[in-house]
Design a protein around this ligand. Sequence first.
Ligand SMILES: O=C(O)CCC(=O)C(=O)O
Length: 294
Amino acid sequence: MGAAVRLIPPTTDLDRARRDLDEQGYCIVPGVLSRAEIAALKDRLIEQAAGERARGLAFHDGGAARPNQRVWMLLNKGKVFRDLMLHPMVEALMGHLLGPDFLVSSFTANIAHPGGEPMVLHTDQGYVGFWTPKPVVANIAWMLDDFSDENGGTRLVPGSHLNSAATPRSSAYAPDEPANMPTLEDTVGAAGPAGSILAFDGRIWHGTGANRTDKPRHALLSYHCRPFVRQQENMVLGLDPTIREAERPALLNRLGWATWAGLGRVESPRPGTPLYVSPGAVGALSADGTPQDP
Ligand SMILES: O=C(O)CCC(=O)C(=O)O
C-alpha cells in the first residue's frame, strides 16, 4: 500500500462516521471534548501519572528505552474519567459496532513520550483466534493533545478489519502470525486536534506511532466489548467498592453489573437487566431454610 494510504477526513456527521467505521474500520470525529473537558481530563491524568511514578507503580513501554507511560483502571482514578464513559458519543459509535448492550472492557491512558518507538501492529481481538464477520470489541482513542503523524498518532491499516486472511490464528500473546500480516508501510497515522476522538473496529490492524517531537502525546483509550466477552479489566475485583456503591446505575451497567441473556448472574436469571449492586448471594441452606456451612 505505502504512499497510497491516505487518512480519511474527520467528520462531525455521525452517519458519515458510522460509514467510515464500516468501510475503513475507523473514523475521526473532531470537537467531541470542550477545552474545559480536555483540561480537566489531562490535568487529572498528568497528576495521576506523576503519582504512580512517585510510588514506583508506573508502567512503561514504547521500545527499549520504555519512554511511554500507561495508566490503568482509570475508572478508579477520577470522576472525570467515569463521566466520560457515559458520553453520548460512546453510545453512538460503540453501539453501532457492538450493539446496544456493549460493556466497557477497560479504560486506560497511553502517554506517548518523545523517543517512543512504534508499537507492534496488532488487532484488539487477536485472542479470538479467527476472523469474525462483525467486531466483538472496539476502541475509542480520546485525543487530549493534537494527534499527528509526527507525535505518535495511532497508526492504522485502513480496511484491514475486512481482511479475514490477516487474522491471527491464536492469541495476540502467543502469536501465530498470518503470512500477509501488514507492516508499518501499510499504515497511516491518525491526526486531529485535541478534543477529537478516533474510534476503531477491533479487527483493524493498528498500533501507537513513534513520537518524533519533543512533547508527549496524551490519549485515553476506552476499550469496549460485546456483552458476552470477558472484559480486559476485571471490574468486579478491581472497581473500588466505595465507587461501586456510589455510582450511577447507567455506568455500572456498562461495567457489567447488569445480567445479559442470563450471563453475569448471581441468583435467578431474571428477565430484563436488573442491577445487582449488592447481589445478595444465597448461601448453602438446610432443607428448612437455615444457613449451613457450604
Ligand atoms: O496509543 C495508541 O495510539 C494506541 C495504543 C494501542 O494500540 C494499544 O494499546 O493496543
